[in-house]
Design a protein around this ligand. Structure first.
Ligand SMILES: [Zn+2]
Length: 284
């Protein structure tokens, strides 16, 4: 049976980036999704789009039938002891007020940094809060460090536009496809099957430039692009792994408590530090 994956993008914003301004960048991303005839879920951090331009961006996603999810207002980390759970919860509802008027908004919450709490008390309190207000979790199965590659690309492009994008495209596509393979194999080892995956990407310049190449490569490698509803409806989504610190990819989090697998897993699951040496070596 072919493998299935849904596209999700986090943190849309309206700041300009090298090569593409905010409108062009957003237009490119929406254009790729429409060419591939696939619906995506956009997880919105309120403060990045709390403006007229931000409103326009969200309306464009809404008008094209995509799903809008809640990624909090201020992008606080529930792993930081400075973040009080009450503050974190208020922040979720602040984003909810901003988003509730948009068609396509669902009460699906994605934790900032995929961090679900550094203590069991904090973890369970916020899980309970979300459940009581009818939120489901916008979980990720295929975690990536796409944002890090984007950061390096933008840094390279500062002050010049004569950069060969080819190697960046290649690095982006191979990082994401490699992670898709990794998390799929990990799921098969941990739960005995390939779930409908959710891929984590960000609403960045790199996504605008390279997402088309990425989706083509995924399809050629036997991945079917599916609707996020299908992925969020996978039975895997019902699981709330009893691990602490909680979070990361749901597959990773489940695998962590499986004997013979858990102790081999690195923590954090994904981070810039894992990608840095190879990107340095490639001169990117
Ligand atoms: Zn985020």
């Amino acid at each position: 049976m072919s493998r299935r994956i849904a596209i999700t993008l986090d943190d849309p914003h309206t700041e300009g980036t090298p090569l593409l301004d905010a409108e062009a960048r957003n237009g490119r991303i929406l254009g790729v999704l429409s060419r591939y005839r696939v619906r995506a879920a956009l997880f919105v951090c309120g403060r990045r789009v709390d403006s007229a331009a931000g409103h326009q961006l969200l309306s464009a996603w809404s008008a094209r039938g995509h799903i809008l999810g809640n990624h909090s207002y201020s992008h606080l980390s529930l792993h930081s002891s400075e973040t009080e759970p009450e503050t974190f919860e208020r922040d979720i509802m602040r984003a909810d007020s901003l988003l509730e008027g948009f068609q396509g908004y669902r009460r699906i919450f994605r934790y900032p940094f995929l961090q679900e709490g550094n203590t069991v008390t904090r973890r369970d309190r916020v899980r309970g809060f979300l459940k009581a207000r009818g939120f489901s979790i916008g979980h990720v199965t295929v975690d990536t460090s796409d944002w890090y590659l984007d950061m390096r690309l933008r840094r390279r492009l500062t002050g010049t536009s004569s950069v060969d994008l080819g190697p960046y495209r290649q690095a982006f596509v191979s990082h994401v496809t490699r992670n898709a393979e990794y998390y799929d194999k990990l799921a098969i080892r941990a739960v005995g099957r390939s779930p409908v995956h959710t891929l984590l990407l960000h609403h960045t310049l790199a996504s605008a430039l390279f997402m088309s190449a990425l989706l083509r490569t995924l399809q050629r490698s036997g991945w079917n692009l599916v609707d996020p509803e299908e992925a969020f409806g996978d039975p895997l989504a019902q699981q709330t792994p009893d691990v602490c610190p909680a979070g990361e990819s749901l597959v990773w989090s489940i695998a962590r408590s499986v004997e013979g697998i858990g102790p081999q897993l690195r923590y954090p699951a994904e981070d810039a530090m894992y990608e840095r040496p190879e990107l340095d070596r490639m001169g990117l």
